[in-house]
Design a protein around this ligand. Sequence first.
Ligand SMILES: [Zn+2]
Ligand SMILES: [Zn+2]
Length: 332
Amino acid sequence: MRAWQVRQPGPIPTAPLSLATVPVPEPGPGELLVGVRACGVCRTDLHVTEGDLPVHRPQVTPGHEVVGEVVGLGDGVTSFALGDRVGVAWLRHTCGSCRFCLRGQENLCPASRYTGWDADGGYAEYTTVPAGFALPLPPGYDDATLAPLLCAGIIGYRALLRAEVPEKGRLGIYGFGGSAHLTAQVAIAQGAEVHVMTRGERARDLALSLGAASAQGPADVPPVALDAAILFAPVGDLVLPALAALDRGGTLAIAGIHLSDIPALNYQRHLFQERQVRSVTSNTRADAHAFLDFASRHRLEVTTPLYPLDRADVALADLSAGRISGAAVLTV
Ligand SMILES: [Zn+2]
Ligand SMILES: [Zn+2]
């Protein structure tokens, strides 16, 4: 089969990814073999490819927003059948017995493992997934539309929970790529007033067309004080204007797995009056199921520039250069 591999992590211009021909993987006990139909292109794939994240599996195949069909079953699998449409997402293993797993925070499990980082992912014709972490998918969406929901959607949903937007509250969204454009729709459907701060006129137009109350530049002051904010852009400098834009008691959730350094905060300007800043780490399976259930009840509009599998390197370069509006998807 064809599979992209991170040969030598480094900046995109050094061509860190290469397309290889490798054997189709064998599903281990309890695993599914999945024929990939579509795989989303996430900023985390860029962090794995460029080496912002340490190497966990040498020559890993990236990709953790996989929509595919079950084409093989490992020993002991009873929860899925051949031909089922399934999703393969970022989280693929937790221990189930540590104190974090036992208190409903499996996203913090120290033994957690991730698709497209610890194990080969979906920039390929086939991939495998433990059946307990494969996700049933909502009807009513085509394969390419579903793919970005599996990370961009799920992580954004957890970030929205972490931001604790009050009823009918004002939510600021900093950065407006794949995850943000889904999260904005969920927040608006739940009654929030959404203000978007982002570079790029197309992204601002998209935000307004999806129902945002305002859209302005990345560090601009929103027209109202915010009850909550989510930082999607991986830019630590933006933590300061985002905190300064919060009203009393407001919460800033930082959604990325990687963030450039945060400059020094000023206590009065950025934190006093019980403002708080929080990180968002991966997601639990409960978050994934809750978000996909939401998507089955509310039609989400997903902007998905499509790239054939053979052009995954171009898709990542376009993501790196900020040339993608919405969430790019590889089709197989
Ligand atoms: Zn655990
Ligand atoms: Zn992702």
